[in-house]
Design a protein around this ligand. Sequence first.
Ligand code: DOR
Ligand code: ZN
Length: 456
Amino acid sequence: MTVDLVVRNCTVVTPAGRTPDAGVAVEDGEIVAVGRSDRLPDADRVLDAEGNVLVPGIVDGHIHNREPGLEYKEDWESATRAAAAGGVTTVVGMPNTDPVIDRPDHLELKFERGEASAHVDFQSYAVVTSENLDLIPDIDEAGALGFKIFLGSTVGDVPPPNDGEIIEAMEKIQETGKRLGFHEENGEIIDHYTEKFQAEGRNEPIDHSHSRPVIAEREAVERMITFAEETGAKIHMFHVSSGSAAEAVARGKERGVDVTAETTPHYLWFTEEVMREKGNPARIQPPIRNAAEREQLWRVGIDDGAIDSIATDHAPHTPEEKKVDDPFGNTWEAISGFVGLETEIPVMLTFVDQGRLTMEEWVRRHSTRPAQIWGMYPRKGSLQVGTDADFTIVDPDREWTLEDADELHSKNCVTPFIGESFTGKAVATVVRGEIVAEDGNVVGESGYGTRVDVDT
Ligand code: DOR
Ligand code: ZN
């Protein structure tokens, strides 16, 4: 038997463990065998992984791809180019585009644009506002991966529904079987402190962080968990930034609520001191927290398991919008968010190198769990025979420093990770049996990526 592709000479790592001297065989875009290199079939194409580590394709359940409407920041092509270069095989786009993804036709437009230009596989969330509760079944039919509510004001200014509407949305979404995720910050608290600080002339980047205190996040998590306990809804907490919020998630799980949670590499890597060191480029919502909150996030979230998944919150903006030329200038004139697709794997591998989590635990949180949470498993997030041949090959020993934004592939590459040093990097990205990137160079075709169909 001769198959299309065989990858040999790697250590295969899944949450279940690691197999040295192993590899994967692919036929028609699907995995047909995983096992010892010397037992794999012959292939038309053989990729020698040179002793590196092969893991199921990394799934990023939280990116802002900006298309439709905000293509001056990023589009499907550039976001998925960055994903491919960074080792990410599936991405899920956020709905705060222009128009916002709040109707079936807007979702269809977003899918069409992705089909035309994506390098890796993709999906999208739809937003729920006061205006579209009745459309939830139609949006579900149109194929949204899940739903999102923005509880507090953030980029895009999508207004939050009131608490009654949120409960109704949970009931309607529960009927679809899908999950509802939140931007969980209490809007009244952050609006109050934002206005107060602005009136007092507190305009430094760190003031932006303090205007969105941990209590705003913790309260929003606890309120949504209470609503889900009542309605039975499946809920998700996007970008959990603090140990206090992770603790609230843990208590919700103990109470039997179907609540999942993600955090991002930047909350695990930096403390709020980064706002004093790097200024507005590090501005993000929710903000990067103090050292005590970060340690608690590690302990409760990663060590004890309250955090299910890792995602980037890849949020490109132009250097002007980020005030790159005036990093410590008036923070209220700067925008929140920065790119992450090409640093997420290096950050996580650096933590693995430091012994802060095992390679298996990293793979579980960065591939298996996001695929399971959003209903894409085992087609995505596994190396099971008969599923999509998506995998990421990483060199866990590669030491490197991100010197310059030019090394990245997004349209706009502002990130506080410039100047940071890592141990580990993706060296090949394979989507449905096609090599889409090698050694940081994108070699796949724009338009190869396809929507992950979750309804079939
Ligand atoms: O910092 C952020 N940027 N937080 C969000 O909630 C949205 C995101 C964006 O779209 O830029
Ligand atoms: Zn986001």
